[in-house]
Design a protein around this ligand. Structure first.
Ligand code: PLP
Length: 407
């Protein structure tokens, strides 16, 4: 059987196959970058248009109450909560992942007086490392990086917070959330998980793991649209004492009392800073509803099947690329990364054929398998394109060897 024939058989048996219809995807594109910017749900344009024309255009300022704008951030947070193993009142949507990292790192440091070290790993997503560095420059933190094999040993009595990305953005390798959370707590430290590459692609159990804090992205697997607002999780037991440093009026207990003095809202609402981006929230809610409807358990099952089948297809075409993701599907997220000296040009040649993946400096070709809208036929076709690009040497063409600003 050819890979294409096997792909067609898998598609026929795939209980999620019908969900592809719920997304708008261009013809002749195989989209393997849903881990960077999720695809557009079919309902999003109409929903956003309704919010703009009816709620903004007609409702004007009244819509803060009548259309529920005021509570939108916590309402959508409550919908994200079951996807990450949290209670609805432990999650809120606000700001960007970067800003939420800043708020929660600072809050964690405040909860561990006498300790200043924020421990992470080299090669973590840049913004995570930069946010620690920013607090270090303010004199509030000391950044310590330890390779993942030595994290447990680096957890000494100076560590206030362990900050890790659950699924690595460049390799897809997944940390053992339960074990690392336990190790951090045993050392007296708190834990902040960045779930940007996990949320919406696989089940996560923050409460079950005993996690303290988490952040994550709205525009990747949650399909919230470019620059969608992010989310933040604070375990219930920490909410009363939480002091996040961006004490804007929307995190106030009574914003419309217009008091001169700050008093943080009880509960997760305290994570907010300024006025929430209503249009962005409206788009995000459509994506979150759709992912929740499909279910993260089923999505993860399919994502493992897709990536496994993709590797089988590469084998059938005798493609020999170095896999930098864990070969075992239960040890990785929803992506496969390959190291190749000309990864950037290979990626560009694939894009010219309509196979959109991405490149991560210096030599990684990253292919994401957003399970909500990809088919097994897509896997077979993408693998064939990759085999052809490599065998023909077409990646060597000059046009594929120039770099744009966003890679
Ligand atoms: C995508 C991503 C981010 C994005 O942060 P922004 O503030 O939205 O730019 C943060 N952390 C990780 C691990 C990511 O993959």
């Amino acid at each position: 059987m050819t890979p294409e024939q096997r792909g067609a058989e898998f598609d026929a048996a795939d209980p999620l196959a019908g969900y592809r219809e719920r997304f708008i995807l261009p013809e002749n594109v195989i989209y393997l970058d849903g881990n960077s910017l999720g695809a557009l749900p079919k309902d999003t344009p109409e929903t956003v248009q309704r919010v703009v024309e009816d709620q903004w255009g007609e409702g004007l300022i009244r819509s803060w109450n009548s259309a529920g704008w005021f509570d939108m951030a916590s309402r959508i947070g409550g919908k994200i909560a079951p996807l990450i193993g949290a209670a609805p009142h432990e999650v809120i949507v606000c700001d960007s992942t970067s800003v939420n990292l800043f708020k929660l790192i600072a809050a964690a440091l405040k909860m561990r007086p006498g300790r200043k070290v924020v421990l992470s790993e080299p090669g973590n997503f840049p913004t995570d490392l930069y946010m620690i560095a920013g607090l270090e420059a303010q004199g509030l933190a000391t950044r310590r990086l330890a390779p993942r094999e030595t994290l447990a040993e680096a957890l000494d009595g100076d560590v206030a917070l362990l900050l890790l990305t659950h699924v690595h953005y460049k390799t897809g390798a997944m940390h053992d959330m339960v074990a690392l959370t336990r190790a951090a707590h045993a050392a007296g430290a708190l834990v902040l998980w960045d779930l940007s590459h996990s949320t919406g692609a696989m089940p996560v159990d923050l409460d079950g793991a005993g996690a303290d804090f988490a952040v994550g992205c709205g525009y990747k697997y949650l399909c919230g649209g470019p620059g969608a607002p992010a989310f933040a999780y604070v375990a219930e037991r920490h909410q009363a004492a939480l002091q996040q440093p961006l004490t804007g009026w929307f995190g106030h207990a009574a914003p419309f009392a217009f008091s001169d003095d700050y008093a943080g809202a009880p509960g997760i609402a305290r994570m907010q800073c300024g006025t929430p981006p209503v249009l962005g929230l409206a788009a995000l809610e459509v994506g979150v509803d759709l992912i929740a409807e499909i279910g993260v358990g089923r999505l993860y099952e399919k994502s493992q099947a897709l990536s496994g089948f993709f590797l089988d297809c590469l084998k059938a075409h005798k493609v020999d690329l170095e896999l930098v993701s864990p070969p075992r599907s239960d040890q990785r997220g929803s992506q496969l990364c390959f190291r190749a000296p000309h990864a950037h040009a290979i990626c560009q040649a694939l894009i010219a054929r309509g196979v959109i993946g991405d490149f991560r400096d210096p030599d990684v070709l990253r292919l994401g398998f957003a399970p909500a809208y990809l088919s097994f036929a897509d896997m077979a076709a993408a693998a064939r394109h990759l085999a052809e690009v490599l065998a023909s040497g077409e990646w060597q063409r000059a046009e594929f060897n120039q770099r744009a600003a966003v890679t």
